[in-house]
Design a protein around this ligand. Structure first.
Ligand code: C2E
Ligand code: MG
Ligand code: MG
Length: 379
């Protein structure tokens, strides 16, 4: 808000919104400002007023009230709510719960959060992961595994690099969990740099065990992709390890296109002009429209595992996969199915025209030396 309209506007907007909160939440509600655009509300015990959706409606009224009185200008706010006496009987405890709810809303990209006891547990785990991950990055204890992608004959065409983290205290932590947390801080850039460097260097060694040229698919998170350092780092790694850009496929997700579409498309075009290709990961789960797809310079659609999971039992998943393959064909894109776990799924995918596959049915993700052995055996 400050960035778009300036500090003065930001201050005025926050004040005006605070006033509208006071209109909607009179005593015995307690409303206070945390900092910046963060507000907390302590709610009284009345059963009828103790419903999260009611607060959402009332807060939306407050927002509406604010916008109406301020020429419909937008405002970004973040609200944490705690209830008396459910979450505490003393002011200090209630304020702490409302703060936690506020923090949780911010960390998870929401504008409103109603305190629940599991937020506290999740919050503490999040803080722990951040702390331990920073140490892991300093000590370089993350590692990479690779999952091979195959054609209809089972021939290895490519491999997807997947990051792994085994922490002394936390044990194995899934990348789905720690990448999401890292994305809230600058840890994601360090992970991104590590993944590029390590996977490219290991790929070069694995490639030496094959007599056909393979591709390396690397997952790129939204923040990493949007950082100015991304292109130079990637090109530097390719140069250092003497790898042709044509070997690289970058896996991106539809969320990348949610804002600043033009900048993102420019970055993609610039990398494509160097020979790097793009795959749309988890395709079918996001919000891509056909017209968006028409304008995106991508090369491959990667059908999300959830459709493959249900392809044998759910006619809707089956027809969705058929539609994705038809879209890919008409847009001149290649298509890969991910998460293929059994022969019957593979057979049906072949029947409906899929030509590229990844999943436990073929290969599980393994370390680079195991991939080198697979490649050696295939020679
Ligand atoms: P993704 O990119 O969609 O990766 C596919 C995930 O599905 C991987 O989980 C892979 O191990 C798993 N998978 C593949 N085939 C099968 C199968 O047949 N059955 C089952 N049950 N699972 C299968 P993983 O490694 O836990 O990664 C989860 C997500 O974390 C990835 O989803 C990706 O979004 C993210 N991620 C992983 N490594 C990286 C990375 O290096 N950088 C970034 N930015 N994100 C990463
Ligand atoms: Mg992927
Ligand atoms: Mg995926």
């Amino acid at each position: 808000m400050n960035n778009r309209f300036g500090m003065e506007y930001g201050d005025k907007a926050v004040k005006a919104f605070a006033q509208s909160l006071e209109v909607q939440f009179k005593a015995p509600f307690l409303v206070f400002r945390n900092s910046g655009n963060e507000f907390c509300i302590i709610t009284p015990s009345k059963e009828s007023e103790n419903k999260p959706d009611l607060f959402e409606t009332t807060l939306k009224l407050a927002l509406r009230y604010y916008e109406k009185n301020n020429n419909e200008r937008p405002i970004n706010i973040c609200v944490g709510i705690a209830n008396y006496p459910e979450h505490g009987s003393k002011k200090g405890k209630l304020v702490r719960c409302a703060h936690l709810a506020n923090q949780w809303a911010k960390d998870t990209g929401k504008w409103l959060c109603y305190y629940q006891s599991d937020i506290e547990i999740a919050y503490l785990r999040r803080v722990k992961i951040e702390e331990r991950l920073a140490i892991a990055l300093t000590n370089k204890t993350l590692s990479m595994v690779y999952q091979c992608q195959v054609d209809e004959q089972g021939k290895i065409l490519a491999m997807e690099a997947l990051v792994r983290w085994k922490d002394d205290e936390l044990g194995m932590v899934s990348p789905a969990e720690f990448i999401t947390i890292a994305e809230q801080s600058d840890l994601i850039y360090k992970i991104g740099d590590f993944v590029l460097e390590r996977s490219i260097s290991e790929f070069v060694t694995m490639q030496q065990h094959s007599n056909t040229s393979l591709e390396l698919a690397i997952n790129i998170s939204v923040m990493q992709f949007k950082s100015g350092a991304f292109i130079p780092t990637l090109l530097r790694c390719l140069q250092t390890y003497d790898l042709a850009p044509q070997s690289i496929v970058l896996e991106i997700t539809e969320s990348l296109f949610m804002d600043n579409l033009d900048n993102v498309v420019d970055t993609i075009k610039s990398l494509k002009s160097q020979g790097i290709r793009f795959s749309m990961d988890d395709f079918g789960t996001g919000y891509s429209s056909l017209s968006l797809l028409r304008n995106l310079p991508i090369d491959e659609l990667k059908i999300d595992k959830s459709f493959i999971d249900d392809i044998l039992t759910d006619p809707k998943s089956n027809s969705m996969v058929q539609s994705i393959i038809a879209i890919a064909n008409s847009h001149n894109l290649s298509v890969i199915a991910e998460g293929v776990e059994e022969q019957a799924q593979f057979d049906i995918l072949v029947d409906i025209g899929c030509k590229r596959f990844q999943g436990y049915y073929f290969y599980k993700p393994v370390g680079s030396s195991a991939v080198s052995e697979y490649l050696q055996q295939c020679k």
